[in-house]
Ligand binder design. Sequence first.
Ligand SMILES: NC(=O)c1ccc[n+]([C@@H]2O[C@H](COP(=O)([O-])OP(=O)(O)OC[C@H]3O[C@@H](n4cnc5c(N)ncnc54)[C@H](OP(=O)(O)O)[C@@H]3O)[C@@H](O)[C@H]2O)c1
Length: 162
Amino acid sequence: MKLIVAVSENWGIGKDNDLLFSIPKDMKFFRETTMGKTVILGRKNLESFPNAKPLPKRPNIILIRDKTFSCDGATVVNSIDELLALPIDFSDAFVIGGEEIYRQLLPYCDLCYVTKVQETADADKFMVNLDELPEWELVSESEEIEDNGHTLTFCTYERKKV
Ligand SMILES: NC(=O)c1ccc[n+]([C@@H]2O[C@H](COP(=O)([O-])OP(=O)(O)OC[C@H]3O[C@@H](n4cnc5c(N)ncnc54)[C@H](OP(=O)(O)O)[C@@H]3O)[C@@H](O)[C@H]2O)c1
């Protein structure tokens, strides 16, 4: 699996079930990177989308414990085991959050796209800090980009080969 996330300097990702930043260039990067790919997300992340609708033009897989929940245009699973039993190619699937889903699925990921926004932000949800995990290495970082009053870089982390 792959993971895609936008983080503040302290790896904050959200507050009050919303994103911390509105950055058109990052939204474009997210859209272009995940378009046509399977995306895996948690119930709270889904609820934060406009009208709580799955992302268009991508197979969506939603994690939720409520076995009665269904969602038009998405596959619903009730556990990580059920997710992993799906007959799909996970190597090209994207974990798109939020915090609970990132934490549980990071062990299955071998590549993370991390947009680093050069700001501290008042967050209540966080991504695991990959710079503190010895099994992950930063393999590329873009030049600094300015957008909508924010400074950001696009980073790629890879799981180290053992
Ligand atoms: N910065 C970014 O790139 C980014 C990206 C995505 C999201 N976010 C932010 O992240 C925040 C949301 O994160 P979150 O941690 O609160 O919620 P979340 O990870 O989106 O969803 C959590 C929910 O997923 C379900 N779930 C979790 N583990 C499960 C499992 N093993 N089996 C079945 N269902 C499972 C549960 O739903 P039920 O309780 O209904 O069972 C749980 O309450 C928001 O602020 C959002 O804006 C940021």
